[in-house]
Ligand binder design. Structure first.
Ligand SMILES: *Cc1c(COP(=O)(O)O)cnc(C)c1O
Length: 319
């Protein structure tokens, strides 16, 4: 299991690559949520999501240990991040993506000189392909979440929040494979265990919720949630024990609640966030947290969304 020491090491290792992202606030949003909301804005991070943190920690470590080639299997943000870091260090990268990947994500990978290979539609198809290319090229496969270096890198979000916001009561984190959540839990609970950390999943991608209920990793069928960064169908072997140890609560939001939150943030704060990030706002807007009058940091995990998709995501804000 990683410790806060690994997260601090990661912060040092990646400091030349990543931004310290800003905390944004919206009075209107805080008012309707009944809590003071602080938006940790990873949609303004390099490559448009927090994924660059774990990816750079793992890629830099691998290069220091002789890696000459890296691969990843990713539906988008992780692949973009790996391509970006590899390019910065002059190492070639191949990113294996699903056939239905969004256009903006492919274009971004190519803009970072990453090679894109399409393969199937499930991670069960992509993972072995990316692993095989890595083996063939004497390279290193960079996993999206189930890896100590990835988890420690994502945890640097937590260290920054502790410095940026006074008297945090709770932190809200979206959950896919649990890399972001397990890293943040390690940073927060080993520094100030009084801060509550709450995960959020879409109702129709509730694999971690189910796993926590029966205290055992449990898989769901593939899901079509609009929160495409959260479509993993089971928590990781390394991430899940960290959640079991430290997580205070995990709440669920519906597809409609995600749309409402996405639209509200667009209209009122003028920020372009992706649906995966809107889940944390939805949890606060729709009273899933059981908190009133508290200082809450919500992780806005990314902002990569196809322009043409935005129209389908927008709904009338009823608040
Ligand atoms: C990957 C991703 C997540 C989920 O992170 P995990 O580490 O897989 O739990 C959330 N939001 C965005 C935007 C992502 O790209």
């Amino acid at each position: 299991m990683i410790s806060v020491k690994h997260v601090k090491d990661a912060r040092e290792r990646i400091s030349g690559i990543t931004h310290t992202t800003p905390i944004l606030q919206s009075e209107q949003l805080s008012k309707i949520c009944g809590n003071q909301l602080f938006l940790k804005s990873e949609h303004l991070q390099k490559t448009g999501s927090f994924k660059i943190r774990g990816a750079s920690n793992k890629v830099i470590h691998s290069i220091e240990n002789g890696a000459k080639y890296v691969t990843a299997a990713s539906s988008g943000n992780h692949g973009q991040a790996v391509a970006y870091v590899a390019n910065q260090y002059g190492v070639p990268a191949t990113i294996v993506v699903p056939e239905n990947v969004s256009k903006c994500k492919v274009n971004a990978i190519k803009a970072y000189n990453g090679k894109v290979e399409m393969c199937g539609t499930t991670s069960a198809e992509r993972l072995p392909r990316a692993q095989a290319i890595a083996d063939q090229e004497n390279g290193v496969f960079i996993p999206p979440y189930d890896d100590p270096f990835i988890m420690a890198g994502q945890g640097t979000v937590g260290l920054e929040m502790l410095e940026q916001v006074d008297q945090i009561d709770a932190i809200i984190v979206p959950v896919g494979g649990g890399g972001l959540l397990s890293g943040i839990l390690t940073a927060i609970k080993e520094t100030n265990p009084k801060i509550k950390v709450i995960g959020v999943e879409p109702e129709i991608a509730n694999d971690t919720y189910l796993s926590l209920q029966i205290k055992k990793i449990t898989a769901i069928q593939s899901t079509t949630t609009i929160a495409d960064g959260l479509r993993t169908n089971q928590p990781g072997d390394l991430t899940f024990p960290v959640l079991m140890k430290y997580l205070d609560d995990l709440v669920l939001v519906s597809e409609d609640e995600i749309r409402q939150a996405f639209s509200f943030v667009m209209e009122r704060t003028k920020q372009l966030i992706e649906p995966s990030s809107a889940t944390t706002i939805a949890a606060a807007m729709f009273n899933k947290l059981n908190l009133q009058g508290k200082n809450i940091v919500t992780v806005i995990s990314g902002g990569n969304v196809d322009l043409e998709k935005i129209r389908q995501l927008i709904v009338e804000v009823t608040e």
